[in-house]
Write a protein of this length. Sequence first.
Length: 708
Amino acid sequence: MPQFKWVASTLLGVSILCGSTSSAQELTNDIAPSTARQWTDSLLFAIRMDLARPTVHARNLYHLSAGMFDAWAIYEPQVQPSFTTATNNLPDCSAIHRYRTNGAPPLTPAQKALAQNQAVGMAAWTILNHRFTNNRRNTQMLERFRQTALSQGLQSTEIDEANEFSAQNLGIRVGRCIIANGLADGSNEIQDYRNINYTPVNAPLNPSTPGNPGQINPNRWQPLLLDIFIDQSGNMTDTPEFLGADWGQLDPFAMQQSDRTELTIDGVTVPVWLDPGAPPTLGDNAQANRTYQLNHLITAMWSGHLDFADNQTIDISPGALGNLPDLDALPNEHASILDQYNQLDGGFYGSDGHALNPSTAQPYVSNVVPRGDYTRVLAEFWADGPDSETPPGHWFSIYNEAVVSHPDHQRKFAGLGEAVDALTYDVVAYLALGGALHDSAIAAWSVKRAYDYARPITAIRYMSALGQSSNPELDNYHIHGLPLIPNRIEVIEAGDPLAGREDQNVGKIKGYVWLGPGFIGNPRTDAAGVDWQLLENWWPYQRPTFVTPPFAGYVSGHSTFSRAAAEVLTALTGDEFFPGGMAEFLAPANDFLVFEQGPSVDVRLQWATYRDAADQTGLSRIWGGIHPPADDLLGRKMGATIGIKSWNKVSGMLEGTLPDTNMMTSTVRVGCAIDRQGNHLVMLLLLVIACARLAYKAREARQTICGG
C-alpha cells in the first residue's frame, strides 16, 4: 500500500497564551522517534498482522499507552498515573505506588531521562509480549518487539532481583500491573475475547443467493453465511460471531458511571454508555417506517456513485469540502438527521470548505477528480486504514505521521508554553488518544449490543423482496417495502432488461447501484461499475469474502473512533488544523484499490482539520455500503463527548488531580502567574495544562483571562 504523504507549509507564527515567549531553545522534529513512538509503531506492526478486531486493538493501544505513561510518571511525583495508583492493590501496581510515595532518589536530568526511557521500554515490551505470545503469527511479532527492545539497550523482561529498583525492573512491574488489570476488566481476554452472553435472533444470510429468506426481525443484526471469510486485514477465518458483544462491560478510561445506563434486550440486561437512544425501526406505522426505509435506501443509492466512468467530477480540496457546522447545532432525531445528508448526490449539507489555509493565508488549490474514484478511494482508505491497522490504529498512525512528524509541528501542549521533549509529549498524547479510542470502543459496542441493529445488506434485501412502499394501489405494495425514487429506485416492468426471459422479475424492485463482486473477474484489471440491478441481489462495496463487518451497525464505530480522536488532536495541539494547514494522502492511479481496479487517476484525499477527516470517515462508510446515516451522526456526537472527556482527564492527571471540566478563571490566573522561565517539567505542565484546558473551551477569552 502507498504510504502517507503529508503536505507541508510555513506557519505564520504561533502566539502563546499570556503573551510570554520561551527562553528555551525550540525542539525540532528532525530527531529520532521517541521510545514511546518506537513501541507504538511496533504495536501497529502487530495489529496489521493480527485479526481485524477494532475493539481488541483499541484496548491494546490504550493499555500500551497507559503502561508507557505510568512508567514515565514514576519519575514525575506530581503526575497522577493511570493504573499504578494508591487504590490499585494488585501486587505490581501497589509496588510502583509505594516506590513513588517513598520517593525515588534524586537524579540528574540525564539520569532521569535515561530512567524514563528504560522504564517506558520495559513496560511496553512486557505488555506486548503478553498480548501477542499466543497469536498465530507470534514469531514475527515477538521478533519485532525483541528488535525494538535491543535497539533501546533492553535485554530481558525478567525481573533482576539484584537491582530491585532499577528503571527496567520498575518498567516490568508497570507492564505486569497493566496485564493483571486487563485479565479482570471484563474483556474475557483469557478466552480470546469470546462473547459470554449473546445469541443472534436472525438466521445467517447467504449473500450469494437472492433476497433474505431467513430474516426473522429486520430491525436486528444478522450474521452472514460465507464459504470463506477474509477479514479486512486479509486474514482467513471461520465465519465469525458478533465481535465484542460484551465490550460494554469493560472498565472505561474517562467515562464516568453517570454516562452508563442499562437496557434489557431478549431478557438480558446490558450496560449502555452515552446512550443515543434507539435507531429507526420498521413496525406497523407507515410514516414511522419511512425513516428506517430511507436510511438504508440512501446507502444503496450512494453505491450508485461508485463508477469513475459516469463523467461526474467533484472538487475534494479543503476549499470545497469540510468545515461542517458544530455537532451541537445538528439534530438528534433520526428523521431530522436524514435532512442533513444529500440523499441523491451524496455528502453532507453545510460542507462548504475553508476560505483560506491559515498557515499560508492562501486559498486551497482545487482538487477535481472523478466522483467514482473519490468515493471508492474514500471507502477503502477509511475501512481499516491503508495498512489495515483497524480504525483505532489508523488514528495513531495519523498522529505519528501527519501530526508529530510534520516539520511545522511543535511539541507544545495545546500549542502553548515551552516545547517539551519527544518522550514527554508522546506519552501524554498516546494516553489521551488511546484512552479516547478505548472508551469509544466501549461506548459504541455497548450501543451495538443494546440495540442489536441491522446492517444495510440485511435491510435492503429484506425490503426489496417485499416490494414497494410508495403506492398502496399497486399489487406489489408492502408497508415494509422500499420507497420508489425516480431514476434511482424503480419497479421492474415488462420489457425491462431485468424482467427475465419469462417476466419472472416483473414487479420486483431495481436500483441504480454498484453491481457487486459478481462483475469482477480479476480485481487488478476489472471494475464492476454501476447499472440497474435487482435490489434483492444488492452488495455493499466490499469483497465477497467479507461483505460487512461481523457486528451490529448502530452506532458506527468508525464515526465514534474518528471524532473522538479528532477532538483529542485538536485539544492536544491547540489547533483544529493539521500542521501546515492541510494533510494529504495519495492513492496512485490503478495502484490502490483492493476491491476492484482503480482509481483511474491519482486521487489525493485532503483535509484541513482533524474534524474534517473524521467527518469524512463517517461518509465513507455510507458509500462503502456498511452504514446508513442513522449510524453515523450520533456516533460522531458520542465520539466528540468521549474525546473531550479523555483530554480533560489527562489534563487533570498532569495536574496531579482529577479533571475539573468546569475550571474556574481564578485557577487559570494562578497558573498563568507561574514563573515561565522555570525549568521544572511538572511546573511547566501545570502552567500549560491550566491555561490550555480553559483555552480549549473558550479560546476567545485568552488575553482577557491572562491579563493581555
